[in-house]
Write a new protein. Structure first.
Length: 204
């Protein structure tokens, strides 16, 4: 019996990176199989695509895992208890903004942009890893605020959820700003300003 599809002649790791960039730029539902095949190159056939990746959804999950293990690490400092809480939040904001403005990949954050991508109900489960990542970042910010209160840096009556939402919403909004062409110097200055919200809650 003849082999279905053509033999795999492409670099699988490179193909996953290319697919990640495509999903990052367009979102899950707006990215077609034909676009994925074209990004992989080599004129890959549909049978070869499915043999290599299983399905579009399975490939998407691989690209999300790659993103979170690389570009998505910029906010992991939120969980670094060796950093002061304020420094951890500011570092996460600055690292994320820098990453989102870098050349060599689509602008913005794949995780944040996933929240804005149109997705039908039957595909909502596909985006769960992005939802979980946003929830983890939000929890990291909240943990920093709680550490600040516990350390006596922030006022005891600080509204944890509100302060968390300030930094979380700013971080999510950076993707839209970057996509709209806002440059890094402006974002840096904005981060300096938004950190004054933390300073306003400092214990006197």
């Amino acid at each position: 019996m003849g082999q279905m599809g053509r033999p795999r002649t492409f670099d699988r790791d490179a193909a996953i990176t290319q697919a990640m960039h495509l999903f990052w730029e367009r979102g899950y539902e707006s990215t077609s199989l034909s676009q994925l095949k074209a990004s992989i190159g080599e004129g890959i056939s549909a049978p070869s695509f499915y043999a290599a990746f299983g399905s579009k959804e399975a490939l998407f999950q691989e690209t999300v895992s790659l993103y979170l293990a690389t570009h998505g690490q910029v906010t992991e400092c939120l969980w670094n208890t060796e950093l002061k809480p304020r420094d951890a939040i500011e570092t996460a904001l600055r690292r994320s903004a820098k990453m989102q403005c870098e050349r060599g990949h689509p602008k913005g954050c794949m995780v944040a942009l996933g929240a804005m991508s149109a997705c039908s109900p039957e595909n909502s489960a596909v985006l769960k890893p992005l939802f979980d990542s946003r929830a983890r970042t939000r929890a990291g910010i909240k943990a920093c605020v709680e550490r600040g209160i516990a350390a006596g840096d922030l006022q005891a009556q600080t509204d944890v959820r509100a302060l968390t939402a300030v930094f979380d919403s700013f971080l999510l909004g950076v993707s839209t700003l970057v996509r709209d062409g806002i440059r890094m110097p402006v974002l840096e200055a904005a981060i300096t300003r938004v950190m004054t919200v933390w300073d306003a809650a400092l214990k006197s």
